[in-house]
Design a protein around this ligand. Structure first.
Ligand code: NAD
Length: 277
């Protein structure tokens, strides 16, 4: 795990490139799952108010003996809490549930453009940054037009945009748009959320065989070499271990280019413009 790179964000803070996500992790098991991840060596945890498991993440942090400044904790504001007052209250609720004084990264979970409050919410995020309750702020599920709107209205450039991203949805134009403006890309659903079988992509199985790795390890390695911040989710300790054993091999540039050809622009989650419907 020591070989996991720390990526410098435009806030001046560093984020471990490989982390652990807890979407759909039942609140009843989140403490155990997060404690396992921390024990194995993960130092970056991605949660959200919407996941209703911030308490479990916080309980695992509290019982770990890891110094706070060695952890990187992300949470997110849900779209029902958009708007200045609600967003300022939402961060306080999340911090209380997490048992923390600050989060390392606070994200607008979805732009929810039909509600037309994400620009105002971004200005509230800037206040949260200034208050020290978040060390970095960013967005999730933002298209180029949503990013443009907050860049024009705000004075802080989002540190990250967290988007659906995996071999069938590689999002190169949006990534390049962000990179040109200093916004790092984070992948959600980096393994396709199990919604398609990575093992059916012959190229990946061939690479897995060549390197003596699983197709999941090949895909995580691909994310890392693409410079993407990634936090696969699993409840299994064995798979947590497997998912960080990706630093003892390197995909060649030809292999990276071959994986690029797998892109189908195929979304398995919702289009951000359609959330909420
Ligand atoms: P993922 O792509 O990480 O896939 C998780 C699935 O892969 C699970 O079914 C798990 O059992 C399986 N898996 C994990 N490691 C494996 C291995 N080594 N071998 C075989 N199967 C394995 O999907 P995800 O959890 O949705 O995405 C990762 C994180 O991204 C989430 O936990 C969450 O933190 C974040 N996320 C954010 C958003 C957003 O809107 N911002 C949406 C979804 C997820």
């Amino acid at each position: 795990m020591n070989e996991a790179e720390n990526i410098l964000l435009n806030s001046g803070h560093r984020i471990p490139q490989l982390g652990f996500g807890v979407f759909k992790v039942d609140p009843a098991v989140t403490e155990r799952v997060t404690a396992d991840a921390l024990d194995i060596g993960y130092r970056h945890i991605d949660t959200a108010a919407y996941y209703e498991n911030e308490e479990g993440v916080g309980a695992a942090i509290a019982r770990s003996e890891i110094p706070r400044d060695e952890l990187f904790i992300t949470t997110k504001v849900w779209y029902s809490d958009h708007g200045t007052e609600k967003t300022l209250a939402a961060i306080d609720r999340s911090l209380e549930k997490l048992g923390l004084d600050y989060v390392d990264l606070y994200l607008i979970h979805w732009p929810a453009p039909k509600n037309n409050l994400y620009v105002e919410t971004w200005l509230a995020m800037e206040k949260i940054l200034a208050s020290g309750k978040a060390k970095s702020i960013g967005v999730s599920n933002f298209h180029e037009d949503h990013l443009t709107a907050i860049l024009e209205a705000g004075s802080v450039v989002p540190a990250v945009n967290q988007i659906e991203l995996h071999p069938l949805l590689q999002q190169r134009p949006l990534r390049q748009f962000g990179e040109a403006r200093g916004i790092k890309t984070e992948a959600w659903g980096p393994l396709g959320q199990g919604k398609y079988d990575l093992g059916e992509l012959t190229l990946l199985t061939e690479l897995a065989e060549k390197y003596g790795k699983s197709v999941q390890q090949i895909v995580i390695r691909w994310h890392l070499q693409e410079g993407i911040i990634v936090f696969p989710k699993t409840l299994s300790r064995e798979r947590m271990q497997e998912n960080i054993e990706v630093f003892d091999f390197e995909l060649s540039s030809e292999e990276m280019q071959s994986i690029a050809t797998l892109n189908r622009d195929q979304r398995f989650g919702k289009d951000p413009d359609q959330v909420p419907l």
